[in-house]
Design a protein around this ligand. Structure first.
Ligand code: ADP
Ligand code: ADP
Length: 220
């Protein structure tokens, strides 16, 4: 259980094949890096995983199920996808409170995750006044809200300062050490070397390598 399985996934848009027969597995207990240049198909794969895009063929399963078949999905899968998606007029607290309420998550989790991501002091500030780094932290708080066993982060270091980057590396490693399944998408090899153990490398929507950071760096 607790695995992400991408099976022969293909996603075509008019004129573009974003993902082209991609297969890989993400296991619990370690950070899996999803590495590839911009346009390689990482976000599309994650959008299919989250039920936000329909595959042309193939599938993405979490614990053997499609996302749309998971009951109470925020309790099972947490994701940071687009940190700008929060309504600017809401406070951090109200945004999370609304998410918690509409997903049957205990209200006490809101304060807990705000503390965990370092936003407790600005909980009552409107998100419109947040820096990109603060929005990333809020997106991470939302991902953690349901205490899910599976976590997916798409380019999470965007907009973070060096302290924020160190913080998020530690957070992802500790989530994996707790036995969670953690997928980290990034176009930066440096990010992978610091954070991931398992590495899935993609280019042009296809698998380039399914390896480990140790194996890869050991070759040089
Ligand atoms: P990555 O996350 O690795 O940067 P994406 O999954 O965002 O890659 O994009 C893969 C390819 O699919 C790119 O060529 C991109 O332009 C294209 N693409 C992504 N989403 C759409 C869409 N909604 N409509 C058309 N083309 C898209
Ligand atoms: P996008 O153009 O953003 O990639 P798609 O064209 O793939 O989106 O999907 C269109 C709509 O289908 C989306 O609004 C999405 O919510 C919905 N959808 C996603 N997964 C499924 C599914 N498995 N079956 C039916 N509809 C789905």
């Amino acid at each position: 259980g607790r695995m992400i399985e991408v099976r022969e996934l293909t996603k075509r848009y008019r004129g573009t094949t974003a993902v082209d027969g991609l297969t890989f597995t993400v296991e619990p207990g370690r950070v899996t890096g999803f590495l590839g240049p911009n346009g390689a198909g990482k976000t599309t794969t994650i959008r299919v995983l989250l039920g936000l895009a329909r595959p042309t063929s193939g599938r993405v399963l979490v614990d053997g199920r499609r996302y749309t078949e998971i009951r109470r999905p925020l309790h099972r899968v947490g994701a940071l996808l687009d940190a700008d998606a929060v309504s600017p007029g809401l406070t951090a607290h109200d945004h999370l409170r609304w998410l918690a309420r509409s997903n049957a998550i205990a209200a006490g989790r809101v304060a807990a995750v705000l503390e965990q991501v370092g936003l407790a002091g600005v909980a009552r500030t409107r998100v419109g006044g947040f820096s990109l780094g603060m929005k990333q932290r809020l997106g991470i708080a939302a991902a953690l809200l349901g205490d899910p066993r599976v976590l997916v982060f798409d380019e999470p270091v965007n907009g973070l300062d060096p302290d924020g980057i160190r913080w998020i590396r530690g957070l992802l490693r500790s989530l994996a050490a707790e036995g969670r399944t953690v997928l980290l998408s990034s176009h930066l090899m440096s990010e992978m070397a610091m954070t991931a153990e398992h590495l899935v490398i993609v280019g042009d929507g296809r698998l380039v390598a399914d390896t480990t950071v140790r194996e890869l760096t050991g070759r040089f």
